[in-house]
Write a protein that binds this ligand. Structure first.
Ligand SMILES: Cc1cc2nc3c(=O)[nH]c(=O)nc-3n(C[C@H](O)[C@H](O)[C@H](O)COP(=O)(O)OP(=O)(O)OC[C@H]3O[C@@H](n4cnc5c(N)ncnc54)[C@H](O)[C@@H]3O)c2cc1C
Length: 437
C-alpha cells in the first residue's frame, strides 16, 4: 500500500501514467472461490481492505460494484467443456492495476540526471566486467574494492560499488550464488491495431482489468496448465500475457503452502557449469540467464498453456500469431525477500548489493530507496538532512537504519535452502533437463 500511494503520487508528477489502476480480476479455478482466495479475502477483511474487493458470486458485492462503476470489470468467462454453461467465479481487486515500467525507469533516469548522476550506457562502455580490488589497510583478511572495469577497457574509481544487476548479479559477485537463483518466466505479446475499434476498446484499461487465472485440473493429455496472467492493452496496442507455472499436486497443504509452492515452481531454471572459485554450487553447476538471443522463444509447455488461456479469456486471438515471445529472468532469493546489504566478503563496506526482486520487485520502484522529499526541492548538499527509506537508509546507516525491512533484507548465510532453490540441476524446472518440452 505504501508503494501504491507512491505510484499514484508519481502519476501526478509524470507526463504519462506510470501506474494504471485498471483493477485486477482473480479468476478462480472453478465456479467457486478456491481456498487461497478465501484466505486472501479473510486477510483483506482483517487489514481493513475488504470493501476494495468484489466477489462475482456475491450479490451484495455485485450491487456495490455496480454503484461504484466497477461492475463492467466483473467479467464472465465460461468454463470450457461444461455443458451447464457455468462460469468461473472471480474476485475483482480494485486496488490492482499495472505499472508502465520502462516509462517509470525513464522518469527516474531524468530525475537522477537532474541531481547530477552520470550514466554510462553502451554494450562496451556500460558493461561491467569485474571489480578492481586492493588489499585493505585495516583488514588483512579481506580485499577492498576500489572501482570497476568496463568492457571498453576503462577503469572507474569508486568509494563503494553497488551491484544491482538483477539475475546477472551472481556473475559479477559469485558469493551471491548461495542466495539467489536466476529463473525464467515466459511472456508473449499480441498486437491490436487501433483501427480495429471493437478490440481496441474491449481490451483497453478502461474496460479490461488485469486478469490472473490458475486452472483447476490437468488437461486431457495430463499436462499441467499452471497459472497465467494478462494485462489490458497498452497505448501502443500491446497485450502481454505471462505464464507462471507448473502446479503442485499435494492433497493436504494449506493455502499459504500452495502460494509458496506456486512461487517456487512457476519458472524455468538454466543450470550451467559454474566457473572456478564459485563458493556455492549444486553438482558443480549454477543457474544463470540464457544469452539474450536464446531468450526469444518460450518453452512449448508455456506456449500450450497460454494458448488454452487465450481460447477462454481472449477468444478473438485464439488463431492469431504471437507478435513477440520472450523468456524474462527473475532473481529469486531463498525466501522471496530482497537482498540489500553490504557484502561481508569485502573489507571496509566497499561493496553493496541490491537485488533479489523474486518476481515482485518492480512494484516497489518508487519506495525501495525513497528519499522523503519531493524531487524539485532536493539539493545535493541537503542530502544528510533528508529522510532516507529502506535501501537508501540501509546504504547510509547500515545497522542504525530505521527501515523495518532491514532485518528481512540482510545478507543471510544461515537461511535454509528452500523456495525451489534447493532443487538444483536435477529439478523439474531445469531447461537443460527437458523442461522446455
Ligand atoms: C516475467 C516476469 C514477470 C514479472 N512480473 C512482475 C510483477 O508482476 N510485479 C513486480 O513487481 N515485479 C515483477 N517482476 C519482477 C521485476 O521485473 C524485477 O523484480 C525487477 O525488474 C528487478 O529489478 P533489478 O533492477 O533488481 O533487476 P533488473 O531489472 O534485472 O535489472 C538489472 C540490470 O542490470 C544490467 N546488468 C546486468 N549485468 C550487467 C553488467 N555486467 N554490467 C552492466 N549492467 C549489467 C541489466 O542489463 C539490467 O538492466 C517480473 C519479472 C519477470 C521476469
Amino acid at each position: 500500500m505504501e508503494s501504491r500511494e507512491a505510484w499514484i503520487q508519481l502519476n501526478r508528477e509524470s507526463e504519462e501514467a506510470l501506474f494504471v489502476p485498471s483493477g485486477m480480476l482473480r479468476v478462480q479455478p472453478t465456479d467457486e472461490l478456491g481456498a487461497l482466495e478465501r484466505e486472501t479475502l479473510a486477510n483483506m477483511e482483517r487489514d481493513g481492505f475488504r470493501e476494495t474487493q468484489f466477489v462475482k458470486s456475491d450479490e451484495k458485492d455485485r450491487n456495490r460494484a455496480s454503484s461504484l462503476g466497477w461492475y463492467h470489470k466483473l467479467l464472465n468467462f465460461q468454463i470450457p467443456e461444461k455443458e451447464d454453461q457455468k462460469c468461473f467465479d472471480a474476485v475483482l481487486d480494485t486496488l490492482g492495476g499495472f505499472t508502465n515500467c520502462s516509462a517509470a525507469c525513464f522518469f527516474y533516469h531524468k530525475l537522477a540526471v537532474s541531481l547530477g548522476v552520470n550514466f554510462v550506457f553502451g554494450r562496451q562502455e556500460g558493461r561491467v566486467l569485474r571489480f578492481v580490488e586492493e588489499p585493505s589497510s585495516i583488514d588483512e583478511a579481506r580485499k577492498k574494492v576500489v572501482g570497476l572495469r568496463t568492457k571498453d577497457g576503462k577503469t572507474h574509481a569508486a568509494d563503494v560499488v553497488v551491484v544491482a544487476a538483477g539475475s546477472f548479479s551472481t556473475q559479477l559477485l559469485p558469493c551471491l550464488s548461495y542466495h539467489i537463483e536466476s529463473s525464467a518466466g515466459s511472456t508473449v505479446i499480441f498486437k491490436v491495431d487501433p483501427s480495429n475499434k471493437a478490440l481496441w476498446d474491449k481490451y483497453s484499461p478502461e474496460n479490461f482489468p488485469v486478469i490472473t487465472w490458475k486452472s483447476a485440473a490437468r488437461d486431457k493429455d495430463g499436462k499441467d496448465m499452471g497459472s497465467i496472467y494478462v494485462f489490458p492493452r497498452t497505448e501502443h496496442g500491446l497485450i502481454k500475457i505471462g505464464y507462471r507455472g507448473i502446479k503442485v499436486f499435494r492433497s493436504f497443504i494449506s493455502a499459504t503452502q500452495v502460494m509458496a509452492d506456486r512461487a517456487a515452481l512457476r519458472k524455468f531454471t538454466n543450470f550451467e557449469k559454474a566457473p572456478e572459485g564459485v563458493p556455492f554450487t549444486q553438482d558443480g553447476q549454477w543457474s544463470v540467464p540464457l544469452p539474450y538471443h536464446d531468450c526469444k522463444a518460450v518453452p512449448p509447455r508455456a506456449r500450450e498453456a497460454i494458448r488454452t488461456f487465450v481460447s477462454i479469456f481472449l477468444p478473438e486471438f485464439a488463431n492469431e500469431a504471437f507478435h513477440t515471445t520472450k523468456l524474462c529472468w527473475y532473481t529469486d532469493t531463498l525466501d522471496n525477500s530482497f537482498l540489500i546489504d553490504y557484502v561481508p566478503q569485502y573489507a571496509e563496506n566497499s561493496v553493496f548489493v541490491c537485488t533479489g526482486g523474486s518476481g515482485h520487485g518492480a512494484k516497489f520502484l518508487p519506495v525501495l530507496g525513497q528519499v522523503r522529499q519531493r524531487a524539485p526541492q532536493i539539493h545535493v548538499e541537503e542530502h544528510s538532512r533528508l529522510l532516507l527509506q529502506h535501501a537508501a537508509d540501509i546504504f547510509e546507516n547500515l545497522n542504525d537504519a530505521k527501515s523495518h525491512m532491514r532485518e528481512h533484507w540482510k545478507w543471510r548465510d544461515s537461511a535454509p535452502r528452500r523456495n525451489g532453490l534447493e532443487e538444483g540441476p536435477d529439478g523439474p524446472r531445469n531447461i537443460g533437463n527437458g523442461s522446455m518440452n
